[in-house]
Design a protein around this ligand. Sequence first.
Ligand code: ZN
Length: 119
Amino acid sequence: MDTASSKIQRIEVDGLYWADVFCPFCGQQVISIEDGEFEFAACPHTLFHCVEEGFGFRSSLFDKNMGIEGIDDYDIQVASEHGYDYFTDQCTVPNSLKFVSQDVPPSMDVVCIGFALLD
Ligand SMILES: [Zn+2]
C-alpha cells in the first residue's frame, strides 16, 4: 500500500466541542471537560488539536508532514473559506485519523483533533 499518498481519515462526530476525548490508540484522556473547564493533555499519538481560532497543539510529526516546522500557529496560512478542517485534511501521516465536529451555520465553528498510530 502506498501510505505516502494516503490522507488522514476523517471522522465526523457531533458535539465534539464539549466532549471528553480519549486517544483511540493508547486510551489516554486527551481532552477533559469538567465544570465547563477545558483541559488538554496530548498523548504520544496526538497529531494536532485546532479550533476555529487556530491550533492549540501541533506535534513535530504533524509539522514535518505538513511542512510547517518552526512556523508560529498564527503564521500558518489557512484559506479562510476552507478553514482548519480542510487544512488538516491534507495531512498524510500514515495510519492517522481525525475527529471533527462542525457547528451548524451561521456559526460553522470547527474543532479538529488528530491522532496517528506510531511505528
Ligand atoms: Zn495515544
